[in-house]
Design a protein around this ligand. Structure first.
Ligand SMILES: Cc1cc2nc3c(=O)[nH]c(=O)nc-3n(C[C@H](O)[C@H](O)[C@H](O)COP(=O)(O)OP(=O)(O)OC[C@H]3O[C@@H](n4cnc5c(N)ncnc54)[C@H](O)[C@@H]3O)c2cc1C
Length: 440
């Protein structure tokens, strides 16, 4: 009998989930990962499924599109979701993990799987005549990028995401900083550094005058996502823009004074032992010396020990609307599937979800079964349809949001009640996913 084999390029979030999905279906997987022999500009370890920036996966609530996607993934049998749940750290309403614990556990699970062979090597060319999932991520190596470009015959697009700095908790001055979640929701997970008007204006002046890292020529047209804008780009829009964005003071009353502050910098727990905290919304392209000056100008962080500076990186994604079917299989070459951020979906949760979906579909392809296409009543279906929709005039990556789901007929009163509307959409999505799952 012919052996059922699949090659996967990249053991990141998408590739790891895809490999486990295929192995679960009896497929022999060869999983290529270039780290630690060759690193990306953002990864720090040799572990699989590394979170390169924030340790938060966003909401787990079904009334949030990203939260609903996580529930869909669980119903579809995600292998990474249970590991995420086991590596959780407190983070208010969000789902955040101890990144090292999570990645170590994923690595162990893969290395112990008898159907998965791991090869620590950079893939420079897409393998021919064998089903393959390309999950090499936003920082795909240059040689592979060139080869993919040659095979696809389509132009790549480049832009940047930015990493926020991380500081040691023990170096934070709690005479000034205080623990509190916005509107006192849940336990006190966030550390808040309050600013008065004068302190804020001083901080703002340092920020807008700080030198930035010079972009390379092909990087100059960088397009940022609104949700991941560098702090200096937000600041450049006006002196108060940050106070309505990441430095919003509302709902953060300092219990010691009983007052709301002029601005508040928030820090989120970054590791299980709570020794490290990242500065929320401070993804940046500033030079490291300027970052230090800026961070030390924040009340409570005067002596903060910075363990990782913010940096900016390339993001590589293909022109999916021209290349992919909603099953994540290439239109022109059925042996090739894409998964993860390289498909033009954005975010940790989305990357794992697309790895899950590509893993299921590549297995089905190998087993001679009909491929799965999820309806747009589901978040995952809406995402895969969005990226493969040929009618885009200008394609930009997307993350989970309610706007891409199939609309639902609701009376005016319910439409105005966002929570209720989202609950209805969520119920519809989960019922749909459950009915699909019975068939896979
Ligand atoms: C700097 C940066 C910060 C980000 N921050 C966030 C964030 O805070 N929150 C969020 O939700 N999303 C964030 N993202 C977006 C995205 O969700 C993550 O990048 C996510 O890890 C993408 O998953 P992936 O599986 O597609 O790629 P990755 O997780 O990057 O996995 C790809 C893997 O392929 C390997 N690889 C690359 N080329 C080759 C090759 N030629 N041969 C073999 N192996 C190869 C890489 O080493 C890597 O392990 C960020 C992206 C970047 C670049």
């Amino acid at each position: 009998m012919e052996e059922k084999k699949l090659v996967i390029i990249g053991a990141g979030l998408a590739g790891s989930e895809a490999a486990l999905q295929a192995a679960k279906r009896g497929i022999k997987v060869t999983l290529y990962e270039m780290r630690p022999n060759k690193n990306t500009p953002a990864h720090k370890t040799e572990y699989f499924a590394e979170f390169v920036c924030s340790n938060s996966l966003g909401s787990y609530d079904i009334t949030n599109a990203s939260g609903l996607l996580k529930h869909e993934m669980e119903i579809l049998g995600s292998e990474l979701m249970p590991i995420i749940m086991k590596s959780k750290v407190p983070s208010g309403g969000a789902l955040a993990v101890d990144r090292e614990l999570f990645s170590k556990n994923v690595t162990e699970l893969i290395l112990n799987n008898p159907l998965i062979t791991v090869i620590r090597e950079e893939v420079k060319q897409i393998p021919q005549n064998v089903p393959v999932i390309i999950a090499s991520g936003p920082l795909t190596s240059d040689e592979l990028s060139n080869n993919i470009q040659k095979i696809l015959g389509e132009d790549y697009l480049h832009f940047f995401d930015a990493i926020a700095p991380i500081v040691e908790k023990d170096s934070i001055n709690f005479d000034k900083a205080f623990y509190m979640n916005r509107y006192n929701k849940g336990s006190k997970d966030y550390i808040n550094c309050p600013m008065n008007k004068e302190e804020y204006e001083n901080f703002y002046n340092i920020l807008i005058n700080a030198p930035r890292i010079e972009l390379k020529s092909f990087e100059k047209d960088a397009k940022f996502f609104e949700s991941c804008l560098p702090v200096e780009v937000i600041a450049s829009r006006g002196i108060d823009t940050l106070r309505f964005g990441p430095l919003k003071p509302v709902g953060l009353i300092d219990e010691r004074t009983g007052k709301e502050n002029y601005a508040v910098v928030q820090l989120r727990q970054d590791n299980m032992t709570a020794s490290l905290y990242n500065i929320v919304g401070f993804q940046t392209n500033l030079k490291w010396g300027s970052q230090k000056e800026l961070i030390h100008s924040i009340p409570g962080l005067e002596n903060a020990s910075i363990v990782r500076y913010g940096v900016m990186h390339r993001n590589t994604f293909i022109n999916s609307p021209k290349l992919l079917k909603p099953s994540l299989q290439m239109r022109k070459n059925p042996d090739i599937f894409f998964a993860g951020q390289i498909t033009g979906t954005e975010g940790y949760t989305e990357s794992i979800a697309s790895g899950l979906f590509a893993g299921i579909n590549a297995s089905k392809y190998i087993l001679g079964e009909k491929l799965l296409e999820l309806p747009t009543e589901t978040v995952l279906g809406a995402l895969t349809h969005y990226i493969s929709f040929e009618g885009h005039t200008s394609f930009q990556p997307i993350n989970s949001n309610w706007g891409i789901l199939a609309p639902v007929e609701l009376d005016k009163k319910i439409r105005k009640n966002k929570k209720l509307k989202n609950e209805i959409l969520a119920k519809r999505a989960l019922d749909t996913i459950k009915s699909v799952t019975e068939k896979i």
